[in-house]
Design a protein around this ligand. Structure first.
Ligand code: ADP
Ligand code: MG
Length: 316
């Protein structure tokens, strides 16, 4: 819809799977429904909207199914598992959102785009896998996967061994133009689920998949920048970003500028794997021309965009 601001809303993994609730599809639907309050409010206010979402637990289960069925059904590469979860979760979110919008008398189409993100095959991250995915295994089992499947396995804390895959930086959304067209026609577009499927351009100029995953917050920043979104809203399980997080002198941040957040980041307040990528995404989005990044909990999605809650990061 022209004249309205465009917001990309990134839903954290906790929005759809909660650690303390049994991970059934019925529960995933129930969690999805409640996670949509903020999006529904913004839809009512006329924002142009793109939604992205995490897929950590879901892609872990998809890989587990492939392994358990490996003598009976063809093995699926990681990219296809990511695409499958983008489709399945996109369906759940789209259906839940349509039901909510109908109940509220809001007439907006909803569509899920299976999104591919371009990465650079020379990205140093590709030779340095850091992202744990899937199940925990014993050291012996881990060794077998390395031999049989070529997986890189690493110890993840004291809970056991897991597969590690690269998490390269995305730099272009293959479907950006399509997403932009749909958004300007008023559709709420679910895109970049699970960070999207990483692809690169091979020596013949063709797209080719790669065994890697993309951080969903970074993917959301790239999608937002490419469609000209003004706002990036990252919804997770904390109300605000903090400095000295978890320490007696913890200080929650309200409105901060880009250079302030960069300074805090350089001081090491935002660990890799949790708050770090959200801050990287915020910096990228603002440096590419975004007007505001809100990082907050699901419940505060609407308020944060209005400057009444959460952490808001703005250009200097
Ligand atoms: P999501 O699934 O939403 O991406 P993550 O677990 O990746 O969530 O990141 C959110 C988590 O980051 C919070 O639950 C919090 O424990 C953690 N965190 C780490 N550092 C900070 C910080 N400086 N301020 C706020 N939260 C932080
Ligand atoms: Mg995360």
């Amino acid at each position: 819809m022209t004249g309205h601001k465009t917001a990309v809303i990134a839903l954290g993994g906790n929005a759809i799977t909660q650690p303390d609730i049994e991970d059934t599809i019925a529960n995933q639907f129930a969690n999805t429904r409640t996670s949509l309050d903020g999006v529904v409010q913004l839809a009512r206010e006329g924002y142009n909207l793109v939604m992205s979402h995490g897929n950590g637990p879901q892609v872990g289960n998809a890989i587990l199914r492939v392994e358990l069925a490996r003598d009976k059904a063809p093995i699926l590469p990681l990219g296809v598992c990511v695409a499958d979860t983008e489709g399945g979760m996109g369906y759940m979110i789209a259906q839940s959102l349509r039901n909510r919008l109908r109940a509220e008398g809001i007439h907006r189409p909803v569509v899920t785009i299976i999104t591919q993100m371009l990465v650079d095959p020379r990205d140093p991250a590709i030779d340095n896998p850091t992202k744990y995915i899937g199940q925990f295994y014993t050291e012996d089992e881990a060794q077998k996967f390395t031999t049989a499947r070529g997986w890189r396995m690493k110890e993840d804390g004291d809970r056991g061994w897991r597969r590690v895959v690269p998490s390269p930086m995305p730099y272009h959304t293959i479907e950006a133009e399509t997403i932009k067209t749909l958004v300007s026609a008023g559709a709420i577009v679910i895109a970049g689920g699970g960070g999207g499927i990483p692809v690169y351009i091979d020596k013949n100029g063709d797209y080719e998949g790669i065994d890697a995953v993309i951080d969903k917050d970074l993917a959301s920043a790239v999608i937002g920048a490419e469609i000209g979104a003004e706002i990036l809203s990252i919804l997770t399980d904390v109300d605000r970003v903090a400095i000295n997080y978890g320490q007696p002198d913890q200080k929650d941040l309200g409105r901060v500028t880009l250079s302030e957040i960069k300074k805090y980041h350089a001081e090491g307040h935002f660990p890799p794997g949790s708050m770090g990528p959200k801050i990287d995404a915020a910096i990228k989005f603002l440096e590419d021309g975004g007007e505001m990044v809100a990082i907050t909990s699901l419940n505060n999605a609407g308020k944060a965009i209005h400057g009444e809650a959460g952490t808001r990061i703005v250009p200097d």
